[in-house]
Design a protein. Structure first.
Length: 171
């Protein structure tokens, strides 16, 4: 809002012009209250963790959040490296073909560094069929490098036709 008239006769006319110009500059260089446009490097307070309000999220706030990353391997072994703060959700999908008369008494295992984390018993001997098993576990292993494997134990003779190991790293 520019001032166009100055009351009083004490100011010379050129002083009035300077005052008017200064107010006009102030009016055009401010940010509007509705939909402001910021220039330079504006700053804002960093919100606390877990704040889901409509407050401005600074880059410091976003950088402090934990995000997920995904890895996958089409095979029976996946090498995994985690940091100290990461937790992992491991999912394995195993496609199997059962042949009529095959000996099926055993387990399909999902292992982390050789330790069984999930296991599904299979006991089947009928017509030829296909099946999909899903094994899953979650943990926070700390900073580690590990092998995730799928294997079988017992008297097991179906064809394990395809594997997919998916790892979601959180943090």
């Amino acid at each position: 809002m520019a001032i166009t008239t100055i009351l009083g006769t004490d100011l010379p006319s050129d002083s009035r012009t300077v005052i008017n110009d200064n107010f006009a500059d102030l009016d055009t260089t401010k940010a509007d209250l509705a939909s402001p446009t910021f220039t330079g490097t504006p700053t804002a307070p960093t919100q606390t963790a877990g704040d889901n309000s409509t407050a401005i999220a600074t880059t410091a706030y976003v950088d402090s959040l934990s995000f997920s990353s995904f890895e996958s391997t089409a095979g029976a072994t996946h090498s995994l490296t985690t940091t100290a703060s990461q937790s992992v959700l491991v999912t394995a999908r195993v496609m199997m073909t059962f042949t009529a008369g095959s000996a099926l008494a055993g387990d399909v295992n999902l292992k982390y560094n050789g330790v069984v984390k999930d296991s599904i018993p299979v006991d089947r001997a009928d017509s030829t069929t296909r099946g999909c098993l899903v094994l899953q576990y979650e943990e926070t292993p700390g900073a580690a490098t590990a092998d995730i494997t799928i294997d079988t134990t017992g008297s097991f003779s179906p064809t394990l036709s395809s594997y997919l190991i998916t790892v979601q790293k959180i943090g």
